[in-house]
Design a binder for this molecule. Sequence first.
Ligand code: BGC
Length: 763
Amino acid sequence: MKYSIKENGIPQGKTEFWGNKFCIGNGYFGYRGTMEEYGKEELVSCTLSEIYDDNGNGWREPVNMPNPLYTYVSYKGQKLSVLTSRVDSHIQELYLEAGIHRRKTAFIAEDGKRITVEAFRFASLDDIHLLAMRYIVTSDSETEVEVHTGIDDNIWNISGNHFRKKTVKQNEEITGIVCETIQEKVKTAVGQMIRVSAGAAQYTEDQTINAYSVHLKAGEPFVMEKYVSICKETDCTDVWESAVKCCRSAEESGFERLAERQRTCWKERYENLGIKIKGDTEAEKAIYYSCYLLYSSAPFYTDRVAIPARGLSGQVYKGGMFWDTEIYMLPMFAFCEPSAARKLVMYRIRNLAGAREKAAEYGYEGAFYPWESQENGKDGCTHYNLTDIFTGRKMRTYFRDKQIHISADVVYGIWKYISITKDYGILPDGGAETILECARFFYSCAYYKKDKNRYEFLDVTGADEYHERVNNDAYTNYMIHLTMKIALETLDYMETHYHAQFIRLMDALNYWGECENIRDLYEKIYLPAPDSQCLIEQYDGYFKEEDVSLEELYSRIIKPNEYLGSPCGLAVNTQIIKQADVILLLSLLSGQFTDEIKEKNWSYYEPRTEHGSSLSTCIYALLAAKNGKTDWAYKYLMKAARIDLLGEYKLYLGDLYIGGTHPAANGGTWMVTVQGFGGLDMDEDGISINPHLPKQWDSLEYCFRYAGSAYKVVIEQAYIEISQLEGNDELKVRTGDQVHFCRSGNTTKIVYKQQTAPGTGGQ
Ligand code: BGC
């Protein structure tokens, strides 16, 4: 796989977008795709995972470190910047195969001299504390320039400064800053070690910025290498000592060797995905780019956090982790990187206390998981989360209060993880307790409707956030039903396999009397059934809302960026929805519904969906692919896969900036490719593979892991080949109504006929 993402031309007006697009990261920190000469106005950020701060003046958000890559050339006292200087050419590029960012800019000075800057950088996967850069300056004729480099302390923050104390440090040639957060006094450090070509005279501009006088000979490069280390108190006892150590060992290895190692690490990641598409390099590239972004934000190193909704591309959404992780991202990790998936699941389990606290706050029992969860498991979402752009007044929103489905999504995630990996050991590790407490929460907030002898869920918000505070949201009710089923199975499993722990848990949770409630809710929950047209109503009364087209709704907009959702947005009393809701339900629980139901609902909801969230198009693509609507699926896959490539996303919700990368869409892209087109599915009966290749693809290959073994699947238009790469278990695979067995060392070849949904092959 050798793809690079490239842009030519001046980034004027695009610094925000390209900053997201060319982001690098390793799960420990992210660094935006900004230029070395940029400052906080261009939204430079080195965003840390796991460290959040509330300075009392705004939101609690992740912390940005002082910018350690700050570097520029000055010529005759003038700073060269791609935004303000005369530029002959500018390229920005991301080598996906190695996670290396490159820029090359040819500046034309006032006297006509051509001075070129080329720089490479990467966030090391091998040593997650390391950010490395090589910076090369050349001139077309002999001249003097100055190169300034250091740690820029004047940094971008959405909610103001987050450090109460910053201490400049020096240890021989290593300089740096140790910072301490305001709220929790957590220490972090950034250190730098610089190596330059011989002959450059150095002087110090201020404590953390060096300058070099460089005599450039025509065509002869000046090379600077910078080894930057980033350390946090959460995993380093002495952050400065660790930073110094990291810089030293990186410098000893040298840029070339580090870059080589970086290539190898990324190669391993991509090999675990094993995606190959014959006949469509554009799609293959977009899919790899999506996976690259998702990997860059994934905290392989810890289970103290999951993946924030905007990855590590900044502080948007308060660095919060949402149901996006369980529903959109976890499938790729569970099937391809099980140990990372376990950490994502453990993050929720570790934060059961926060979910319990939230349930109690609302007067419920059990665990109500946050909508916007931070490292401490508390809900980062405020009651007044948006501002009305007409009046400037804060609006009461109910994202935090009413999206009870999050607890069901968490349970779904744990169960999915277990079903794919067979790691039942996570149940006694807190998984069972989490599941049972979520089930208890639902029982405590269910409304028993006596005359109908059924349980309903009133005053909730489903996946579609434009319609808040509705009754019996279909997605929510079905997911609660599933939660109850999983809770009952968990009770059984624990009782049989972990008997002693089971007894202790039941006693500790005082759960003996709860089992009946769980069963009762499971049996009597109201599940909105398909009507005579096969349609599932999104919530009670949805079909009675005004049925307008999207065009009509848009024509009513008065101000750009006005918020369309609750409490008083344009979509509220209409059938226009923000994102996949019933379609999400049909995709996740696809085995429970007929193809006809899926098809009819897809066709009904598709024109009524605004895709106002990046979580939407991939789900429409997924269901379309599963149902054989391959043209539609392809169109929506490409939208999801290229969201961060083309910048096709909303930058504002009202006046709230929400730009950044989109890990949920990235994970969704993998789901469409492998589970939609590739047909990989898993249920109580094990693995099934029912592919639906789009006409653009001659073949598709992918790898997955199941129950500890690794497999490779090759799908051509008429047959499927499955080979076992690792492990000795015999794999039972269903394709249509046939059952096959894939044995270690053998390749199983299955002939299949692609199904197309009746009358729906095309758009
Ligand atoms: C979506 C939510 C999502 C959140 C974070 C919102 O716009 O509607 O479903 O969890 O963004 O990605």
